[in-house]
Design a protein around this ligand. Structure first.
Ligand code: GLN
Length: 542
C-alpha cells in the first residue's frame, strides 16, 4: 500500500494592497516603494508589483510624453516608471511579473479560451478575469520567494477600468486568512485657501466608493500640505472607520527619498506588520539617512543641459533625473538640470553656452534630430563633457561621421532610410519585423570593455551587463574609419557584432552608450558613468 506523505511547508505570504482616491498623481508609487523599503530594512523579503488598468499589453507602445518614461527590467519587460521607482527604493531587480496590465490579463485569458481550456464554459470577468488577476498577483512572490507582496493598483478608486482588480483583491481578502492581506488607501486632504481649513470630505467619499466594492481599508494615508492635527485625524478615523493610529500623515516633502523616513516617524511599517500578524522589527536606515542628508546639503552646484525632443514632461526622463540625484549626492554636488528643446539648438547653439556638461537622452522618431546632432558636434568641438544615451550615442556617431569623417549625408536609417552613409542601421534580424510591441532589443545584455579605455576605467571591470531598449545599432562597416579619426568603440557585445559604447579619448569626457545606465542607478549605488560624468562637469566648472 502506498502512503501519500506530503510535507506542508509553512511559509509566510502576505499582501499589502495600495489603492488611491480623490485625485491621481498623489504618489501611490512612492508610498508603495517607501513601505517596501521600510519592510525590507526590517529583514522581510519584499516584492512590489504595479497594476496598470490599461488595455496595452505592456508600456512599450505608450507615449512617454503622456505616461512618463518606459522603464525596462533586466528580463526585458517594458513597464511603467513606477517599476523603476520600486527598484530604486528596494535596491533590488524586479522582473516581468512585477508589472500587470489589463491587456496582458485579457490576452492570457483569451489565449486560453482559444486553446479550448474553458471548453463549454462562458468566459466572464468574474470568475475568469479575476482568477487570472489573482494568479498574476501571486506570481512574483512565488518566483522570488518574497514573504510580502506590495501591490499598487494604478488609477483612482471608482474608475471603470479598475473594477475587476478591486473585485479580485476583495476575493483575496475573503479567501485568505484575515491577517494575510492589508489594504492601504491613499487620499488627499485639500486646504481651503480662504480659511486655511483642511477638508476631509473628499477622503470620506473615496472610502465610501471603496466600500461599495466591498473593501474596507485598514489604513488611510492622507496626502497633505500641512500637518494633520489630532482633530483632523479623529475625523478621518471616525468617518472612514479606521482606528485613529491607522490614519497616517503623508506630508509634502522636498524629496521623495525622505518619504520612508517620514512614514517611519508615523510608525507606519510596524502598524502594517501588526495587521499582518508579523513581528515588529527594528530597521536600519542609517545609509539611507546619510544619502538624504548629502542630497539636501550639497557643497556646490553644477548645471547640466538635457537636450531632447520634448523636454516639457520631466517624467519622460525620470530615471535620468534620479540617476543625477544619486550621483550628485555621492559627490556632494547639486546637479541643476537645464531642459533644452532640440529645436532651439537648431536655431542657435547659444543655448548651450553656460552648461558644464550636456546629456542627450534616448528617443524615437525624426523630429528634433538635427538639433541633437548639432549638440553632439558642439560638445565635441567645444570640449564640453558629453554623455549620449541610446539615441544620444547614435547622434554622436552621426555627428562624428558628418564632421570628423566628412560624410556629410551620414544618418541613421531610422530617420533617412536612403542615406548613402547609414552609420546607424537595423541589424538583419530586425529588418523583417513589422509588429512594434515588444520587438526591440530589450533588457540586459553583456558587453566587454576595451583595455585602457575610459569606460573600462570608470566601471573598474572588463565585463558589464546593461539594459537596452532600441532597434538600431552602430554600423560596424564604419568602425575602422571612426577609430582612425579618434572615436573608438570601447564597449562591444561579447561576439563583437554590436557596439555598446563609443568614446573620444582625446576629449575631456565624451561617451555614448547604446544602453540605458539610468535604469540601474540606485540611491546607495549610483551608476559609475553618471558619477564620473558629474565629476568631470564639476571639475570643468571649478
Ligand atoms: N530610436 C533609436 C533606436 O530605436 C534609439 C532608441 C532609444 O533611444 N531608446 O535604436
Amino acid at each position: 500500500m502506498r502512503v501519500d506523505v506530503r510535507i506542508r511547508i509553512a511559509y509566510v505570504r502576505k499582501f499589502i494592497f495600495i489603492t488611491g482616491g480623490v485625485l491621481s498623481g498623489l504618489g501611490k508609487g512612492v508610498l508603495a516603494a517607501s513601505l517596501g523599503f521600510l519592510l525590507k530594512a526590517r529583514g522581510y523579503k519584499v516584492t512590489l508589483q504595479k497594476i496598470d488598468p490599461y488595455l496595452n499589453v505592456d508600456a512599450g507602445t505608450m507615449n512617454p510624453y503622456e505616461h512618463g518614461e518606459v522603464f525596462v527590467t533586466a528580463d526585458g519587460k517594458e513597464c511603467d516608471l513606477d517599476i523603476g521607482r520600486y527598484e530604486r527604493f528596494l535596491h533590488q531587480d524586479l522582473s516581468a511579473s512585477n508589472y500587470i496590465t489589463t491587456g496582458q490579463v485579457y490576452w492570457n485569458v483569451i489565449q486560453r479560451e482559444r486553446r479550448g481550456d474553458y471548453l463549454g464554459k462562458t468566459v466572464q470577468i468574474i470568475p475568469h478575469i479575476t482568477e487570472e488577476i489573482k494568479r498574476l498577483i501571486r506570481k512574483p512572490l512565488e518566483e522570488s520567494g518574497a514573504e510580502i507582496g506590495i501591490v499598487e493598483v494604478g488609477g483612482t478608486v471608482g474608475d471603470i477600468e479598475g473594477l475587476p482588480y478591486l473585485e479580485a483583491l476583495r476575493q483575496m481578502r475573503d479567501e485568505l486568512p484575515r491577517d494575510d492581506t492589508c489594504f492601504v488607501h491613499l487620499t488627499y486632504i485639500p486646504v481651503l485657501s480662504t480659511t486655511g481649513e483642511l477638508k476631509t470630505k473628499p477622503t470620506q467619499h473615496s472610502v465610501k466608493e471603496l466600500r461599495t466594492v466591498g473593501i474596507q481599508p485598514d489604513f488611510i494615508v492622507a496626502r497633505t500640505h500641512s500637518p494633520l492635527d489630532q482633530g483632523i485625524r479623529r475625523k478621518i478615523s471616525l468617518f472612514c472607520d479606521v482606528p485613529l493610529p491607522h490614519v497616517i500623515e503623508g506630508l509634502d516633502l522636498p524629496t521623495i527619498y525622505e518619504v520612508p523616513l517620514a512614514l517611519e516617524a508615523e510608525g507606519f511599517p510596524d502598524k502594517v506588520l501588526a495587521v499582518l500578524s508579523l513581528s515588529p522589527r527594528k530597521g536600519d536606515h542609517g545609509e539611507w539617512e546619510g544619502f538624504v542628508e548629502r542630497l539636501k546639503n550639497p557643497d556646490s552646484t553644477v548645471r547640466i543641459g538635457i537636450v531632447g525632443k520634448y523636454v516639457e514632461l520631466h517624467d519622460a526622463y525620470i530615471s535620468i533625473i534620479e540617476a543625477f540625484q544619486h550621483a550628485g549626492a555621492a559627490l556632494g554636488v547639486r546637479v541643476e538640470l537645464s531642459w533644452i528643446p532640440s529645436a532651439q539648438v537648431e536655431k542657435t547653439t547659444d543655448v548651450l553656452r553656460d552648461l558644464a556638461g550636456i546629456l542627450v537622452p534616448g528617443g524615437f522618431g525624426e523630429r528634433g534630430i538635427e538639433g541633437k546632432i548639432i549638440t553632439a558636434d558642439y560638445a565635441r568641438r567645444e570640449r564640453v563633457p558629453y554623455f549620449g544615451i541610446c539615441l544620444g550615442m547614435q547622434v554622436a556617431a552621426i555627428a562624428f561621421a558628418r564632421h570628423a569623417l566628412g560624410l556629410r549625408e551620414a544618418n541613421s536609417t531610422e530617420f533617412q532610410p536612403e542615406t548613402p552613409h547609414p552609420v546607424i542601421d537595423l541589424l538583419p534580424e530586425q529588418r523583417h519585423l513589422r509588429a512594434k510591441g515588444g520587438t526591440m532589443r530589450l533588457g540586459a545584455y553583456p558587453a566587454v570593455l576595451k583595455a585602457n579605455s575610459r569606460a573600462r576605467e570608470i566601471y573598474g571591470k572588463a565585463e558589464i551587463a546593461e539594459r537596452h531598449r532600441h532597434r538600431y545599432e552602430f554600423n560596424l562597416d564604419y568602425l575602422g574609419d571612426f577609430e582612425r579619426a579618434g572615436m573608438i568603440a570601447s564597449g562591444l557585445s561579447p561576439d563583437g557584432r554590436l557596439v555598446e559604447i563609443v568614446e573620444i579619448p582625446d576629449h575631456p569626457w565624451y561617451i555614448g552608450v547604446q544602453f540605458h545606465p539610468e535604469y540601474t542607478s540606485r540611491p546607495l549605488r549610483p551608476h559609475p558613468l553618471f558619477v564620473d560624468f558629474v565629476r568631470a562637469c564639476a571639475e570643468r566648472r571649478s
